[in-house]
Design a protein around this ligand. Sequence first.
Ligand code: PA5
Length: 520
Amino acid sequence: MTWDRFKQYRYDDPSLGLALDISRIPFPDDYLPSMEGSIQKAFDAMAALERGAIANPSERRMVGHYWLRAASLAPTPEISSEITGTLRSIKDFAARVHSGALAGPKGPFTRLLVVGIGGSALGPQFVGHALGHPGRDRMQVHFFDNTDPDGMDYVLAQIGGDLVRTLVVVISKSGGTIETRNGQLEAAAAFRAAGLDFTKHFVAVTGAGSKLDVLAEREGWLTRFPMWDWVGGRTSELCAVGLLPAALQGIDIDAMLEGAAAADVATRSRTTRDNPAALLALMWYFATGGRGAKDMVVLPYKDRLLLFSRYLQQLVMESLGKELDLDGKVVNQGISVYGNKGSTDQHAYVQQLREGVKNFFVTFIDVLKDRSGKPYEVEPGITSGDYLHGFYLGTRDALSEKDRASITLTLSEVSPRSIGIVIALYERVVGLYASLVHINAYDQPGVEAGKKAAGGVIALQSKLLAALKASPGKAFTVEALASQVAGDPELAFKILEHLAANGAVRREVRTPWHASTYGL
Ligand code: PA5
């Protein structure tokens, strides 16, 4: 029975080195035919998007990440030449850095610090980890992907005395993201403290005319690369956002682009059974009831794909997690994604997957090629890789036995080409699924809401400090201070506790805790 179903539903494309097994999602045989009308409509919407339609209606933008690996498909010659020209500049820049033609004050750049967040960091982090090699990378890559000062200190300590040989790439499409701005300012301060002119180390990737673009030009940074409004953050890995760090690290970016272009050709097929992206979108739809009723657990059995789960989490949840549909109706859509790697996770949460609450489906990622070095037998005829593969198959069966649904994506190897394929595949799955559930996958109003709320907190902090400064030596309870600045007392309390912990205000602890006082 299982073998028959496996044979019936297995998708295999040897030219892509990709196979897909959907047989362990328990859809009935009439499911795919019943969805044919809906998926054909999704193909129509995708074709219009690729032709340059305004596919992101709330932001009035085209959605052009597919053109990045097939510039000839861009809707205008100007866009095509921007894509090819930028790719050339990225390669020229990386070649100049590698050859030492562009160097720091004490010789060639050997380290790369990428400053960015969300779509401006997760792709480069995933690719850098999947394809990097400590002994062979042209540059050692580090990231500031948060505004946590301790996190930044940690990275700076790793770089240590090599700051003089460090190139910094600051990435922000909008050029106004606070975490990235803070990372850039902290990095610049570290260079200054080391007696270095940071402008001779800094590069920007950003939208033309953004705050970051203007600053980089005014301060005379090494160079700037464009980020176009028709590329969204979480689909930007194959423009300068991802390609520049990858090229600097020494990764074959042509192979990544070629893989993505080949996957795009396969996933443009209008024959559902021949289109792995359509099959995946339909499986997501079946498994979650088209309402996000089940979570997606991503389990790559490959250490190098560890960050794929995190990358996919953003791609899926920021794209599909939407309050309103395209008609403005409240739908609260989305699919929750989490995961890490196998077999490690078998010793963490797989126990619950097998025996606990049945609120998920699994996507296994199985990589056939174990390692590039020589195999080592841990037992006669058996390698560690055989065990890894055995654990994947064992877990898949153990879940099936308990009626837990799973998909398996099999890759022949982890390589620049296969990573390009996987990125393109999932970009298309998300787009097709969004059409099936009638939402805009390409905006992120919720992210903007969080940014605005944080701005309000910082404004309240400034008011609290100003009030304390106006009364030196005087101490106030939270309630007294909050009412003086017309602020929310709960927020004021949290801010004052944080300031006190960092020595910025003086706190007298009283009982009950809300009678404690704060002063300067
Ligand atoms: O995918 C997205 O749009 C977001 O995650 C952004 O990438 C993130 O908010 C960072 O934005 P920016 O690149 O403008 O700094």
